[in-house]
Design a protein around this ligand. Structure first.
Ligand SMILES: [Fe+2]
Length: 297
């Protein structure tokens, strides 16, 4: 299984998938709230696509069959075994969460790659999803994230897709011009409408930033860190007794290049630009770029 299972906040189900460079390329699974594996279903995709993440709504699971594909020749040469393919159609597949392969409705989209989705929700006949979209990656072995080879085309940008199950139509749009990645919504909003989404700016030099998107108003605010400090993935932790979706805390590990130290920063989610509420200095440096998670006791 991959590193991005989804836990449905309403049913307690764990929804996840695994992918492979040899058939079956994609297998979808559900574990019920009691921990029993209740479904494993092979899903037909166009080939050995690299599928890092997927997304769920209240009623649907959405697979991302995209043109970053496994290449045996590259693998045998000992290099990065994934390459961009101009011949591989880019598609999103929408399936009822308890559906099977034949139930998947595929939507052709503009070619892109998405490592990480923000969230999705059902809106009438539409499944609306957000994610950090890269126009293309790993063409000519260019390494995403490497300042020496990165191009504008490999910058992840917040994007919206609306997949209309009735008409089969797709509409998509860019929400922001600032690159960012590691998108998260509150765990309680997975698969449901979420007003706010959090990302970290994909800045590898200079200052780092944690961004808060307001999807209702198409605006954003952010917390800009001091020069040389780079945050990791932001995790939202609800405040006890909170009523608004952003009543709570945004927490992230921050690496400070100047001192080669790391700390945990705790921001007020409803006031991202303000000084941190707290900083917890850590006895060990934590490398940048890792995912985050919060487990309440
Ligand atoms: Fe990931």
């Amino acid at each position: 299984m991959t590193a991005h299972p989804k836990i449905c906040p309403e049913t307690g189900e764990l929804l996840f998938f695994g992918y492979s460079s040899i058939p079956p390329y994609l297998t979808y699974h559900r574990v019920d709230a009691s921990g029993q594996l209740v479904q494993s279903t092979e899903i037909t995709v166009g080939g050995p696509t690299m599928m890092h993440d997927f997304v769920v709504s209240r009623h649907h699971s959405v697979f991302m069959d995209l043109p970053a594909v496994f290449d045996m020749e590259l693998a045998m040469s000992g290099g990065m075994p994934i390459r961009w393919s101009d011949d591989y159609p880019a598609r999103f597949g929408v399936m009822p969460r308890d559906g099977v392969d034949a139930d998947v409705q595929w939507f052709d989209i503009e070619p892109c790659y998405v490592f990480h989705t923000l969230n999705a929700y059902d809106d009438g006949d539409e499944v609306v999803m957000h994610g950090c979209r890269i126009k293309e990656l790993w063409r000519d072995n260019a390494d995403i994230g490497d300042p020496a080879t990165a191009t504008d085309d490999s910058s992840p940008l917040m994007w919206e897709w609306r997949l209309d199950r009735a008409s089969g139509a797709v509409s998509e749009r860019q929400l922001d011009e600032q690159p960012s990645e590691f998108p998260r919504v509150p765990d309680s909003r997975v698969g449901l409408t979420s007003r706010y989404g959090y990302t970290m700016s994909a800045v590898f030099e200079g200052t780092g930033e944690l961004i808060k998107y307001d999807l209702d108003t198409d605006t954003r605010t952010s917390h800009v860190f001091p020069e040389g400090q780079t945050p990791g993935e932001a995790v939202f932790v609800p405040a006890e007794g909170g009523t608004n979706e952003d009543d709570g805390y945004v927490m992230a590990y921050v690496y400070d290049r100047g001192t080669d130290t790391s700390h945990l920063t705790i921001l007020d989610a409803s006031n991202m630009a303000a000084d941190p509420l707290a900083q917890v200095m850590l006895p060990r440096r934590i490398p940048t770029g890792f995912h985050g998670s919060w487990i309440a006791d």
